[in-house]
Design a protein around this ligand. Structure first.
Ligand SMILES: Cc1cc2nc3c(=O)[nH]c(=O)nc-3n(C[C@H](O)[C@H](O)[C@H](O)COP(=O)(O)OP(=O)(O)OC[C@H]3O[C@@H](n4cnc5c(N)ncnc54)[C@H](O)[C@@H]3O)c2cc1C
Length: 310
């Protein structure tokens, strides 16, 4: 058993950490107030290869393993959780389009996405539920060479800012087997969006997407046949859920580290407050739980890298 990162992974971790601490962390509160991403910083991430870490090299990704994607995710999220969404979404959408979209879509949008020149979103979750994706209700009705999409997606990252998006809709009954993915223009007729008031994640602009008979050509379907959408997205989610685990843990780990530092410096009754068990025990317990969760994430990424069930 080997828990060590490789030399290459450590080098990527160091580069990411330096960028994140210098270019992202100092401006987090400013971005939160402005409710916007700094696209110059997104482009800088792209130049360092930090967008689409595990997306294919031929489309501009780093082609790295999943553990490396996890390392990048942690370092970015420690500095600003919003930009960690960029790494997550460029990887997952980049990989999905590279594998399943027609070449015209892949060749145009994956390089733009990975160069930080466009924002794309992915809409699966609906008001009726996210975990139970096989039961989604958005309908795609065939109309000649087109489909008409009707329904609502909610809790979608970048909903209000994305230029294009992948949305999943029901092309037939039959639960998981009736779901198909489509690549849509987020500014086209019939699409409206709202933006949530997400404290701490305001710049990413999570929100709802309403589709009222949105006309989509059949060439914008993901995959060559209808009804494969659920399996396509679930495979991608096995990775993104693990990366989201690291994304959520990273700021928590940073917070506990900062608390330790404060508790070691802060004096009360002639000694650091960290010497009181009432202060140190909850911190030690939090650290134990976070270490266990972090190891579970990395084990899952390792299983995926080694083509083992996860
Ligand atoms: C910050 C953020 C960004 C997001 N971005 C996107 C995005 O870009 N695109 C997108 O499509 N979605 C996005 N989502 C939505 C996310 O995918 C859903 O929140 C998630 O799938 C859970 O769905 P839900 O919120 O409807 O919860 P529910 O499905 O209602 O689940 C509620 C609770 O019940 C538990 N539960 C559900 N079913 C079971 C079961 N069978 N057994 C045991 N427990 C169960 C769940 O674990 C959870 O604790 C985002 C969510 C967040 C918080």
């Amino acid at each position: 058993m080997d828990f060590a990162f490789t030399d290459e992974q450590l080098a990527i971790q160091e580069t990411t950490r330096r960028f994140a601490q210098e270019r992202l962390a100092p401006y987090y509160m400013e971005r939160e107030k402005e409710a916007s991403l700094d696209m110059v910083a997104v482009k800088e991430m792209a130049e360092l290869g930090l967008l689409g870490v595990n997306a294919p090299v031929e489309h501009g990704g780093m082609g790295a393993d999943c553990i490396t994607a996890g390392i990048v995710m942690e370092e970015i999220a420690k500095a600003d959780i919003n930009y960690a969404f960029m790494q997550l979404m460029t990887s997952s959408i980049g990989v999905l389009l590279s594998k399943l979209a027609p070449p015209e879509i892949t060749n145009e949008f994956v390089p733009k996405l990975l160069q930080g020149e466009t924002l794309l979103c992915m809409g699966l979750t609906e008001p009726g539920g996210g975990s139970d994706a096989a039961n989604l209700q958005t309908k795609a009705t065939k109309d000649g060479d087109y489909y008409l999409l009707k329904g609502e997606k909610t809790s979608i990252s970048l909903a209000a800012q994305a230029e294009k998006g992948i949305v999943f809709a029901r092309t037939s009954e039959g639960g998981a087997r009736g779901i198909t993915g489509f690549f849509i223009d987020m500014k086209q007729e019939g699409v409206t969006t709202t933006r949530f008031d997400d404290v701490g994640c305001t710049p990413i602009g999570r929100g709802s997407i309403f589709m009222d008979n949105v006309r989509v050509h059949k060439s914008q379907m993901l995959g060559t046949v209808e009804g494969k959408g659920f399996y396509q997205i679930m495979n991608a989610f096995d990775l993104s859920r693990t990366l989201i685990g690291l994304q959520a843990l990273a700021p928590a780990i940073s917070s506990v580290e900062e608390t330790w530092q404060y508790a070691a410096e802060r004096q009360a009754f002639g000694k650091p407050i960290a010497t009181n068990q009432g202060v140190s025990f909850p911190l030690a317990e939090a650290e134990t739980l976070m270490e266990a969760a972090r190891n579970l994430c990395y084990k899952t990424l390792w299983l995926r890298d080694n083509d083992l069930p996860h």
